[in-house]
Design a binder for this molecule. Structure first.
Ligand code: CO
Length: 492
């Protein structure tokens, strides 16, 4: 391929990817059937996933996909059948804008109101768009957005029941992050599972609140910390005794936002010469102190996992060379991602006794949206599953599912390319054993640009290269998503 052909191929992939960000205006309730393979009859439970459903408000396009109104999709599996439903999260902002027939709010990541400076100046109202994550815990199903309180949904119909302040635990507008983690056997709670989440209020300094809940959403631990300066923390990682955050060197200049020149997140700037900081907080309040460790420069959205290894803490994350925002004059739909820094899998090892820290890259393939076996969260583990580029290096759109054996370095890849794009894989353990850590399925939503439709693809986590166990066409497209979860059915 010559350079002209390569450039045209890149443009074609970009066009395909951008179509996957067209709004989905319809809400469906469907039985899915397999166009390939068959649904494993032992697969029993519900996949939930969240992401932007509308990428425009009354025809005015959003400037950043993270500003799209949240849409939750659910696929319920039982006895070899699959039932699908997608619903908008009916947030107050969504309902108000649909009624008004025009945008009323500015988006965090870039969407400005039409009307320019005068409309945007000092209009600091942000929209809680409930589009980032989804949590099924206790009786609740919650649509999450990291900068405000969650929305509660009916777990079966996905009807929006309203804001959920967790029985008064959260104040008005108080954030409950989109990246909770579930400790499968919490030592502090006698081995019961625990839900661990955080909330972050940013300003000149940052207040970080940690929450832990028992299986009935009963509050077990709740504590707050002040961090020096501005922190942009999207994800965290847990071990049996600690919560870990990576605070990247980011400066925030709020003035252009307040004056209406740009969106809140467009005030974020990577500081190229400053270190990152790894913050280690004991999960048991009042036991031990908060510690911070100097780490290399870079930017992290997501962690795969963390664990304790004698004196060491190990945290695996996707590292970028710097934060990339979308400037006011750029249309995200046309960005040539091959010019941007790739996210790469890296393992950081911290010695708690000596304070030394070492980061080692585990591969050159660009990747994002890591997952693992839910029973391995916070423990030494062997397998990571990620969305990845088709090529072994360089930045690209995420078209493949990549399995990495962290013990041997062996890899497997399944690609939805050249015209398919993958979302976060969700690992579902086989209910009937064997107990091998990769015994289970990966549920992956795939957008196929050739048909402008999405498919739910089921892969065998032990043999990605064998191709799908089943492919279930939705018959419509679901815009590229963010995060999801699987609720195993309780066996009776
Ligand atoms: Co995320």
């Amino acid at each position: 391929m010559n350079s002209h052909q390569a450039a045209e191929a890149t443009r074609a992939v970009t066009r395909d990817w951008a179509r996957g960000y067209e709004s989905q205006h319809h809400e469906y309730t469907l039985e899915l059937s397999a166009a390939e393979g068959r649904i494993p009859p032992e697969l029993h439970g519900t996949l939930y996933r969240n992401g932007p459903g509308l990428l425009d408000v009354a025809g005015v396009p959003v400037h950043h996909p993270f500003d799209g109104d949240g849409m939750v999709a659910a696929v319920h599996f039982e006895a070899g059948r699959a039932h699908y439903r997608n619903r908008m999260v009916r947030t107050a902002a969504y309902l108000a804008e649909q009624r008004a027939g025009r945008p009323l709010f500015r988006g965090v990541f870039g969407t400005q109101l039409p009307g320019g400076l005068l409309t945007n100046a000092f209009n600091l109202r942000l929209k809680n768009i409930a589009n980032t994550g989804v949590l099924a815990w206790g009786e609740r199903l919650l649509a999450l957005w990291e900068a405000a309180e969650p929305h509660r949904l009916d777990p079966t119909t996905l009807e929006t029941l309203g804001l959920d302040r967790l029985d008064g635990l959260l104040g008005e507008g108080e954030p409950f992050a989109a990246h909770y983690h579930i400790d499968p056997a919490c030592a502090l709670d006698g081995g019961q599972p625990a839900l661990v989440n955080f909330g972050m209020r940013v300003g000149l300094n940052t207040t970080l609140t940690l929450f832990e809940f028992g299986p009935d959403f009963d509050l077990r631990r709740h504590h707050a910390y002040q961090l020096d300066g501005f922190a942009f923390l999207h994800d965290m990682a847990i071990t049996p005794n600690y919560v870990l955050f990576i605070q990247n060197p980011i400066r925030y200049d709020p003035l252009p936002y307040a004056f209406g020149l740009q969106s809140a997140a467009q005030g974020l700037r990577s500081l190229p010469d400053a270190p990152s900081t790894i913050i280690v907080i004991p999960r048991q309040p009042g036991v031990g102190r908060v510690r911070s460790f100097r780490a290399p420069n870079g930017f992290v959205w997501h962690h795969v996992n963390a664990y304790e290894d004698r004196d060491d803490l190990v945290i695996d994350s996707i590292w970028y060379d710097s934060y990339v925002g979308i400037s006011p004059e750029t249309d995200f739909r046309t960005i040539n991602v091959t010019t941007l820094p790739p996210g790469r899998l890296a393992r950081t090892r911290i010695n708690l006794r000596t304070g030394s820290l070492e980061r080692r890259f585990l591969g050159e393939r660009c990747c994002e949206f890591p997952t693992l076996h839910p029973a391995a969260v916070g423990r030494p583990y062997r397998y990571a599953y990620l969305c990845a580029g088709d090529a072994p290096s360089g930045n690209a759109h995420l078209q493949a599912i990549w399995k990495v054996d962290l013990t041997t370095g062996a890899e497997q890849l399944w690609s939805a390319g050249p015209r398919g794009f993958v979302g976060e894989p969700i690992f579902v353990p086989r209910p009937d054993g064997p107990t091998s850590e990769d015994s289970g399925w990966l549920l992956v939503m795939v957008y196929d640009a050739a048909r402008h439709e999405s498919d739910l693809v089921i892969l065998d986590a032990q043999q990605l290269h064998a191709g799908p166990v089943a492919r279930l066409p939705l018959g419509h497209h679901l815009p590229h998503g963010l995060h999801g979860t699987f609720r195993q059915a309780v066996s009776r």
